[in-house]
Design a binder for this molecule. Structure first.
Ligand code: NCD
Length: 320
């Protein structure tokens, strides 16, 4: 063997190709990228179901969670995912940070970046904040939700849940019901589901429908009776009152017209299932019977899949 041949290492074919440094949204991803993430997430789901432990692909890495907005599920889920893969996690706390002394957002990020985290997970109320940060730091950035723009890992965990339940995404019809105008979850789902060959419908009172959907060709309806028939799955979206300038809805009439009950879910069909990213509000978005029906309301499965989807994303961007 010549020296030149010895120096050429065999190509590592064990790691799938993922041609992105960051995960700031679903919009920049190709269908193949989405499939790659979902397949890895499914491997983690299978391994966990069999009682196995994942390889520590993030051992020695430090992940910085930067949450500028409240979060229960997403922050804990990212932390769980990071730790399952062997990383250490720092949960930066906005309430005790120098932002409160007048430091700018970007100077805070610059300071934290100078400590060389291996990845930054960011949630922020400003439109496009994760992309802004991604251009200015040296590590991968994962978007944990920005404004009403994108929440990519939520859409990935929803897709994983739908793919497990139906065995496919292509050809499904998903009706998104609720505050679509203010929802990053709805936006990322519209991108993801249409890229994967599913049909999306939007159902909401006129004030909560977007003027224009972020993806072309999405039908909009103002009543469940029009928008639900034939849908395989319904996804409810919380009225995001914190993002409304005025009170746009009245709770009792919202529940009457859009609150999910078995009767309303059956408008889609007897086999239709319900998803919700959480937090779901009982008595406003979903009635108790529906919320406690673990056969047709896939919420718990979504939360479990959140960890697997985030493990997959972290593994692809930070692992190895
Ligand atoms: C959502 C969010 O914060 O974008 N929750 C979540 O991440 N699971 C939706 C919401 O707050 O209603």
């Amino acid at each position: 063997m010549t020296l030149a041949m010895e120096l050429i290492k065999p190509m590592d074919t064990s790691r799938p190709v993922f041609p992105h440094k960051h995960l700031t949204g679903i919009a920049p991803l190709a269908a193949d990228d989405i499939t790659t993430i979902l397949n890895i997430a499914q491997d983690y789901a299978n391994m966990t179901a069999e009682g196995g432990r994942p390889e520590r692909t993030l051992k020695g890495k430090v992940i910085l969670n930067l949450f500028f907005e409240d979060s229960t599920r997403t922050r804990t889920s990212f932390e769980m995912a990071s730790k399952r893969l062997g990383a250490e996690v720092i949960n930066w706390n906005m309430k005790t940070s120098s932002i409160n002394k007048g430091e700018t957002f970007m100077d805070t990020v610059r300071t934290l970046d100078a400590m060389h985290p291996d990845a930054i997970v960011i949630r922020h109320s400003e439109y496009g904040a994760p992309d802004y940060v991604a251009k200015r730091v040296s590590c991968p950035v994962l978007n944990a939700g920005d404004s009403w723009r994108e929440h990519p890992t939520q859409a990935l965990l929803d897709a994983l849940t739908l793919r497990q339940y139906f065995g496919k995404l292509d050809g499904l019809t998903v009706a998104i019901v609720g505050d679509i105008a203010h929802s990053r979850v709805a936006a990322s789902n519209m991108h993801l589901l249409t890229k994967m060959g599913a049909t999306v419908r939007l159902v909401a009172p006129p004030v909560l429908l977007p003027e224009k959907a972020p993806v072309d060709g999405i039908a909009m309806f103002t009543s469940l009776a029009e928008g639900l028939p034939g849908a395989d799955a319904v996804m409810t979206i919380r009225p995001q009152k914190e993002r409304m300038d005025d009170a746009l809805i009245e709770d009792a009439s919202y529940f009457h017209d859009y609150g999910m009950t078995h009767e309303k879910l059956n408008l889609a069909g007897p086999d239709a299932v319900l998803l919700d990213p959480g937090p779901f509000l009982r008595g406003l978005m979903i009635d108790d019977d529906m919320a406690d029906d673990k056969t047709r309301f896939l919420y718990d499965r979504q939360v479990s899949n959140g960890v697997f989807a985030r493990m997959a994303a972290l593994d692809l961007l930070v692992g190895g």
